[in-house]
Ligand binder design. Structure first.
Ligand code: PEP
Length: 263
């Protein structure tokens, strides 16, 4: 637990179910080249499983890291259509997204499953990007913190302080993902502050201070600066805007600019 706040930005691009291998290699190459102009930001590309090898080939000698969008909690076995932490690691990933709202809402992923996946990822040395967020209905009916609190407690259940310190949290309000609606910097900071306090109460202040908490939900070059300027926002999980190298890199640069102001 040595990370000092404010953290330099971590900016991860979730490519979701997009791109051919040729398009992926091109985008990865443009991103890796452009990353030289954003020194100090950690950039992570998160392609679909089938594109991991193609992207790995392109970024392997660059500082750009690789992540997977999901994984199963078992190491191997009769789980048709699934991939394990070992496979994801073998493909060159350092990160894995777990509990993304699209997995929770479209594919019925439960808090218990996210918890098992988080433990399996940590067991194999992967860094989980553990997503949590409220729906619009939950926000409108004043249940945002109740929902986040229960996802937080259930997702991290059974982890000790040392393990929690290795988890990256990603606050992604469901109503902001892929909708063009972004949480205001104040709304995002309110939740990030809540998550950091929750970490502190449960795991102690050093763990809370070193935790990396990302914001995700329609992050674009024109809102990245004001979001990152908030005290408890350490980076972004970016969907749509990561599919173009220019916008993804500009988000990283805006975050770096805001980071300088925070120091
Ligand atoms: C996401 O996929 O995690 C995401 C935040 O998507 P978008 O940036 O498109 O809202």
């Amino acid at each position: 637990m040595t990370n000092k706040r404010p953290h330099p930005p971590l900016v991860a691009g979730n490519w979701k179910m997009h791109l051919s291998s040729e398009e992926a290699a091109r985008l990865a190459s443009q991103t890796a080249k452009g990353a030289l102009d954003a020194p100090g930001a950690e950039l992570v590309l998160i392609p679909p499983f089938t594109l991991l090898h193609a992207v790995k080939r392109v970024v392997s000698d660059t500082p750009v890291q690789l992540g997977a969008q999901n994984m199963h909690w078992e190491d191997k076995g009769a789980y048709t259509g699934e991939v394990s932490a070992l496979m994801v690691k073998d493909a060159g990933c350092r990160y894995v997204v777990l509990g993304h709202s699209e997995r929770r809402h479209l594919f019925g992923e439960t808090d218990a499953a996210v918890n098992k996946k988080t433990k399996a990822a940590l067991r194999h040395g992967l860094t989980p990007i553990f997503c949590l967020g409220e729906t619009l209905e939950e926000r409108d009916t004043g249940r945002t913190f109740e929902r986040l609190g229960s996802q937080f407690a259930a997702g991290l259940e059974g982890l000790d302080v040392g393990s929690v310190a290795k988890v990256v949290l990603a606050y992604e309000p469901v109503w902001a993902i892929g909708t063009g609606k972004t949480a205001s910097p104040q709304q995002a900071q309110e939740v990030h502050g809540f998550l950091r306090r929750s970490l502190s109460e449960r795991y102690g202040k050093p763990a809370a201070d070193c935790a990396i908490i990302l914001y995700g939900g329609s992050v674009k070059p024109d809102n990245a600066f004001s979001l990152f300027r908030e005290k408890d926002i350490d980076g972004f999980l970016v969907g749509g805007a990561s599919l173009e190298a220019a916008s993804f890199l500009q988000i990283a640069k805006e975050a770096l600019r805001a980071h300088k102001e925070k120091r």
